[in-house]
Design a binder for this molecule. Sequence first.
Ligand code: SF4
Ligand code: SF4
Length: 367
Amino acid sequence: MEAKYDFERKYREQILQCSKCGFCQAVCPVYGATLRPSLNARGKMLVLKEVMDGKIELDDELIETLFQCTTCASCFENCPSGVNVPDIIKQVRTDMVHMGSCHPAFTGMHDVLEKHPNIYAEDEPEDFDREHNKKAEYVFFVGCVGLYREDESTEATLELLDRLEVDYTLLDEVCCSGVLEDVGYELNEDLVHKNVDRILATGAKTVITGCPYCARTFNNKPQYKELKQKGVEVLHVSQFLKDFDFGVTTDKVVTYHDPCDLGRHCGIYDEPRETIHKIAPNFVEMRHNRENALCCGAGGGVRGGYPKNSLAMARKRLQEVEEAGAEILLTECNSCVHNLSNAKLRKQRFKVYNTTQFINELMDDAE
Ligand code: SF4
Ligand code: SF4
């Protein structure tokens, strides 16, 4: 029988490879927040098998199951059968959107990015009082969350780059639009071209991103291949900073949260730790770290579509910060900082920072 949906054409074998072993249950943040087996990777694969068998339709009834996934890849990391659930889920969402079935929180997202240069539909980005679009060795690409929600952290990151005398420029940047794929749409070509043209016009050979998702999008999406073709390398700021000596340390107990987009999706675990080891001799790991780090609950559209569950996931992660006895929680993603900070309870005395922001604060204190 001919496959009805693209997800079936692309991933039928993988979905059938799911042995229902259930190893994915304990590591799924959505299951952790809801305790609903139908929402873990196994539950999702069972539903998709029923769709492929023609027993149920791929329609609005399945939004609840298929849009509750942060695409954290924790299941994929632990799956003995190699079922790439995040990629399957993204393709299924694309199929659903093509049929007019999308989570209501994202129905207009594509239109928002048609009319506005960012996911928040805002027209006045922070300019950080710095030059934009000039000739420079590096471009610093902030990303939507850093521009519109975590601008304090971004300002601190830029101050750090200034202190290190990095020759960078900011851009009149627009959303990389990678996030559209998470919720069933395709990248916005107009936004892609604007970013590519503006980056190339600076003459920079390296783009440093403050956002792991932007780095992933620039490096992996074919729509951005011109950057690589023109010899432009894209690094996340944690990769760029690992060889610098900051000359400051803290005696506080520090721990680190691996963002899913930087860790499981890009394999970047060591560079952030190399930097932290230089500034924080009292570094402790949380119970779940590196490949097994718990997701903060922000990704895959879950923060927008299921805010209560997203908060519950962040709170679980923060419990591990307490267990580790840390006074400082560092991470490398504005989205994680945003979700974890919002979820932090007043009685939890530790502070949440991007690593760059924390280093800059140490430098301020040392002056
Ligand atoms: S770990 Fe993999 S094979 Fe096992 S139930 Fe989950 S998705 Fe299926
Ligand atoms: S990608 Fe993450 S949230 Fe989605 S099913 Fe797998 S473990 Fe759960």
